[in-house]
Design a binder for this molecule. Structure first.
Ligand code: CP3
Length: 353
C-alpha cells in the first residue's frame, strides 16, 4: 500500500500557498545540465540534445539526477522552450557551441505553415516523460512543467537564433504589430494546450520563461509580454483551478510591480538585476511569492561573496512567500561543490535560526 501525502506536505507547494516556512524551498533553473558529469554522460548516450528531450527514459533520468544528488525541493521537466515551435512545424537544430538554430520566419505569409493541430503527436514523448518523472519522484518533491512565454519563443522563431537584441521580433512589434499579434496568439493557444497536457500527465506547477521580457519599452511590454501571459494563465486556471503558475519575466525591472496583478501569476521569478530592497517593498511585502535571484556567476565564483549574497536573500525574504533560486540558469562551468555549498547555506542557515 502506498501512502499519498497531501499536497501541502511538499515544502515547495507550501511556499506557493503562502504558508510559514522555517527555511525556503530551493531548486535551480537549468538544474539538470552540463555542470553535472552524470548529465554529460546521459547526453552523450542520447546522441544530441534534441534526442535527449524526446527520449522519455533519458529525459526522466536527467530530470531526476539533480534530485538524487542534491535533494532539491522541486524537479523541473527536462525539455526546452523551443520544442513547441518545432512541434508547430518550424525547423530546429542545436549546434554545438552555437545554441539553437531555427528556420527563421521572415514574412507574415509564412505563419500559415505553422500547424497547431499536430503539436501533440510530436510532443507526446514529453508528456510521457512527465508521467514517468512524477511516478519516480520522492513524495516531498514537486514537479514543475514549463513553457516559454510567447514573446520569448517568438523572438527565436523570427530571429532564427539566440542573440542579444531580439531585433527581428522588435521590428515586427513596431512594423507589423498585427502580424506579431497573430503569432503571439497562435503561440499562446498552443502553449495552453501544451501545458494542459503536462498538467494532465502530472506537472503540479508550471513556469513560464520570458527570458527576453526586458528588451521592450512600456507599451510593447504590455502588448507582447503581459497580454499573452495573462491569456495563458486565465485559460489554464479555468481548466485546472488548483495549478500554480510561476512567471519569470526576466529583466522586467519596475514592470515587475504590476505584473502579478495584470497576469494572475501565483509567483514571480525575479532576475538577478532586480534590487532586493525594491523586490521586498514592491512585491514580497505586498504578498507576492518571490522566487530568485542569486546571480549564477556568484554561484560560479563561490566563496564569501556568494555566502554573503545568500544571507542577504534569506534575511530579506524571511518566514514565508519565498522560493530560493538563481536569477537565471546555472552556468555549465559551475563546480558541483559550489552547488553543495549553496544548498548547505540555504538549508542550514534558516534551520539554525
Ligand atoms: O531547467 C532545467 O533543468 C530544465 C530544462 C530546460 C532547458 N532549457 C534545457 C536546456 C529549461 C527550463 C530550458 C529553458 C530555456 N531554453 C530557455 C528559458 C530560460 C533561459 O535560460 O533563459 C531558453 C531561452 C531556452 C532556449 C535554449 N536552449 C538556448 C538559447 C540554448 C542554448 C544555450 C545553452 O545554454 O546551451 C538551449 C540549450 C539547452 N536547453 C541546454 C539545456 C540543458 C544545453 C544543451 C546541451 O546539453 O547541449
Amino acid at each position: 500500500m502506498s501512502t499519498v501525502l497531501p499536497a501541502s506536505s511538499k515544502p515547495f507547494l507550501r511556499a506557493l500557498n503562502g504558508e510559514p516556512q522555517a527555511r525556503p524551498p530551493i531548486w535551480l533553473m537549468r538544474q539538470a545540465g552540463r555542470y553535472l558529469p552524470e548529465y554529460r554522460a546521459t547526453r552523450a548516450q542520447a546522441g544530441s540534445f534534441l534526442d535527449l528531450c524526446y527520449n522519455p527514459d533519458l529525459a526522466t533520468e536527467v530530470t531526476l539526477q539533480p534530485i538524487r544528488r542534491f535533494g532539491f525541493d522541486a524537479a523541473i521537466l527536462f525539455a526546452d522552450i523551443l520544442l513547441l515551435p518545432q512541434a508547430l512545424g518550424q525547423g530546429l537544430a542545436f549546434k554545438e557551441g552555437e545554441g539553437p538554430v531555427l528556420d527563421a520566419i521572415r514574412t507574415e505569409g509564412e505563419l500559415v505553415k505553422l500547424n497547431p493541430g499536430a503539436i501533440h503527436q510530436r510532443l507526446n514523448p514529453v508528456y510521457e516523460a512527465v508521467a514517468r518523472i512524477k511516478a519516480a519522484l520522492p513524495a516531498e518533491t514537486t514537479l514543475i512543467g514549463f513553457a516559454g512565454a510567447p514573446w520569448t519563443v517568438a523572438t527565436y522563431m523570427l530571429e532564427g537564433r539566440g542573440g542579444n537584441d531580439q531585433a527581428a521580433a522588435k521590428m515586427w512589434a513596431y512594423g507589423n504589430p498585427k502580424g506579431l499579434d497573430r503569432l503571439l496568439t497562435l503561440l499562446a493557444d498552443a502553449t495552453v494546450e501544451y501545458l494542459d497536457r503536462q498538467i494532465q500527465a502530472g506537472a503540479e506547477v508550471v513556469q513560464l520563461f520570458d527570458t527576453w521580457a526586458g528588451v521592450l519599452p512600456d507599451e510593447a511590454f504590455q502588448r507582447c509580454c503581459v497580454l499573452p501571459v495573462k491569456m495563458i494563465i486565465s485559460r489554464l486556471k479555468a481548466k485546472h483551478p488548483g495549478v500554480k503558475v510561476i512567471a519569470f519575466p526576466r529583466g522586467a525591472g519596475v514592470n515587475y510591480a504590476g505584473f502579478q496583478a495584470a497576469t494572475g501569476a501565483d509567483a514571480l521569478g525575479i532576475d538577478y538585476t532586480l534590487p532586493l530592497a525594491w523586490a521586498r517593498d514592491n512585491l514580497w511585502s505586498r504578498g507576492t511569492v518571490v522566487q530568485g535571484n542569486l546571480d549564477p556567476r556568484l554561484l560560479l565564483a563561490g566563496g564569501s561573496m556568494m555566502a554573503d549574497a545568500v544571507q542577504r536573500l534569506l534575511q530579506t525574504f524571511q518566514g514565508r512567500n519565498y522560493i530560493f533560486n538563481l536569477g537565471h540558469g546555472i552556468l555549465p562551468e559551475t563546480p558541483v561543490a559550489h552547488v553543495e555549498q549553496l544548498i548547505a547555506l540555504v538549508r542550514g542557515a534558516n534551520a539554525a535560526a
